[in-house]
Design a protein around this ligand. Structure first.
Ligand SMILES: Nc1ncnc2c1ncn2[C@@H]1O[C@H](COP(=O)(O)OP(=O)(O)OP(=O)(O)O)[C@@H](O)[C@H]1O
Ligand SMILES: [Mg+2]
Length: 511
């Protein structure tokens, strides 16, 4: 007898349906899997045999032939263990014939027959709901994530035996639908690190506020111990909370990467990713045989922080150029390709030279001649050109070091940021100013005569690229939004221009 059920497959963020068929034939006991399975799917045979036996099911003493269709789609990973086991049980009469009608299943089997979670369960549940499947069986560890999706009944058994009991109606499903909106409202409230802990650094704090209000990328250069890392970590807390759609979008990416923790099915806070400087280009933008999202996608809608940016391999930094421009990344491999969204706010920080004190008014730089320039040259021009706000973070002054006075708290800054975003949204466009198209930026800026004259002088004297010009307008627009002004005036543009001055020529130049 042939038994059949469906299983969702995820490639990148795209989903498809795999039909799992099992036939039991006369002959010597054997178990073969066909349909372009990879090594992990081939190994499913051993896990399924042990899982069945250890959950007190009979392993049919027949020739078991399993087919995964469509045959041209590559089947990867151990996620087909559970559907294979269920189909074998159904084909051998150990599971009621109708129990698998319009039922999807996915999950890895342990040798004792318990179920291990698989990556991508959120996208799989969305697929099940779109296709109108009646039920989706997932391992207990994936259940709450899948239960975020309305429109499909999610069963989350801990073992194969529990799955059969649920499917045959001997036990009642215990899972209730999770309300994503309520989770988001609850989870978003937990406080992160607060800006009140940062003393001094008025210029950098202001730049942080502009970055949060307009979604502008940022570079902080300065001597060690000034608070660059500290400031960057506080940026997500200044940005507006994730909307429900954004939270689901971010969760989907983290789920595919297998990074969700079981107790917290929804990503409720803007991600903050700070990869180490030894990371490879593939780690940064994504890759692998079955493509996985890289840090630039894991930081989508949040902050991607490159600390000690001059120590990153230039090839890794350059790999960011295309995704940062387009807001997405296509990861192409020999047989497959996948697309991931990639719209993080990029924040870079670093020292002006290897010893850290080039340009410092008091401490002398001890780097050999030419070393500082070579160090900074690792940040290529095209990468620098993509950064909106260049800020020098100098050492704290004596009084600032010694003061016990707390700085302005994050909550106050967050309110101003929210007001600026509302002001921008009133122009009727979605998304932060940093994503304005060039002509939209020009229209939104509405420069007056004096501002236009200043812009002209800046293009002449600083040799601004067309991209830098557009970015300047967007930053000017955000500064005017923070001030609640309709048009970008000369002083807004002047502040924006200050952020384009090269701080990499010795830490304190633009301070
Ligand atoms: N402006 C500041 N206000 C309060 N504490 C600060 C400030 N700057 C630095 N500190 C203290 O110094 C520690 C180190 O700061 P941080 O790591 O942010 O410096 P950094 O500029 O990133 O240095 P590096 O260039 O070495 O990475 C912080 O954990 C904090 O305790
Ligand atoms: Mg640091």
């Amino acid at each position: 007898m042939v038994a059949q059920l469906v299983s969702p497959a995820v490639l990148g963020l795209e989903t498809s349906t795999v039909e799992v068929e099992v036939d039991l034939r006369a002959g010597l006991p054997a178990f073969s899997v066909v349909g372009l399975p990879d090594a992990a799917v081939q190994e499913a045979r051993e896990r399924v045999r042990s899982g069945l036996a250890n959950q007190a099911f009979a392993v049919p003493a027949r020739r078991i032939v399993a087919n995964l269709a469509p045959a041209d789609l590559r089947k990867a990973g151990p996620q087909y263990d559970l559907p294979l086991a269920l189909a074998i049980l159904c084909a051998s009469g150990q599971l009621a014939a109708g129990a698998l009608a319009r039922v999807g299943a996915v999950g890895e089997l342990a040798l004792d027959g318990s179920l291990r979670p698989v990556p991508g369960a959120l996208a799989m549940a969305e697929h099940a709901a779109r296709r109108g499947w009646r039920r989706l069986v997932v391992p207990r560890g994936n259940a709450s994530e899948a239960a975020l999706v309305p429109g499909v009944e999610v069963l989350g058994p801990p073992t194969l035996r529990a799955a059969v009991d649920l499917l045959e109606g001997r036990t009642e499903p215990s899972l209730v639908r999770l309300d994503a909106a309520a989770l988001l409202a609850g989870g978003g409230r937990a406080p992160g690190p607060d800006l009140a802990e940062v003393r001094g650094q008025a210029a950098a704090r202001r730049a942080l506020e502009v970055a949060a209000a307009g979604g502008h990328s940022m570079l902080m250069i300065g001597p060690p111990g000034g608070g660059k890392t500290m400031l960057a970590r506080r940026l997500p807390g200044l940005m507006p909370p994730l909307s429900l759609d954004e939270a689901i979008e971010v969760t989907r990416i983290h789920s595919v990467a297998g990074l969700l923790d079981a107790g917290c099915p929804l990503v409720t806070r803007r991600p903050f990713r700070a990869p180490h400087h030894t990371i490879s280009p593939a780690g940064l933008v994504g890759g692998g045989r079955s493509p996985r999202p890289g840090e630039v996608s894991l930081a989508h809608r949040g902050v991607l922080f490159l600390d000690e940016v001059c120590a990153f391999a230039p090839s890794a930094l350059d790999s960011l150029r295309q995704p940062l421009e387009e807001g997405r990344i296509d990861v192409a491999r020999a047989m497959v390709s996948a697309r991931f969204p990639a719209r993080p706010l990029l924040v870079c920080a670093g020292n002006p030279c290897p010893c850290g004190f080039d340009g410092d008014p008091i401490r002398r730089c001890v780097c050999p001649p030419g070393r500082a320039e070579a160090y900074r040259a690792r940040l290529s021009g095209p990468v620098l050109d993509r950064i909106d706000l260049h800020v020098a973070v100098s050492r704290l002054a004596r009084d600032e070091v010694l003061t016990a006075e707390p700085g302005e708290p994050s909550a106050t800054v967050r309110e101003r940021v929210a007001a600026a975003r509302r002001h921008a949204a009133a122009r009727g466009r979605e998304g932060p100013n940093a994503q304005l198209a060039p002509d939209a930026a020009r229209r939104a800026a509405g420069l007056d005569g004096r501002a236009r004259a200043l812009l002209g002088r800046a293009v002449d004297r600083l040799g601004l690229s067309a991209r830098a010009h557009d970015r300047l307008l967007r930053v000017g627009r955000t500064i005017a939004d923070l001030a609640g002004e309709e048009r970008v005036g000369e002083h807004h543009l002047a502040e924006a221009l200050g952020y384009r001055l090269p701080v990499t020529d010795g830490g304190a130049v633009a301070a």
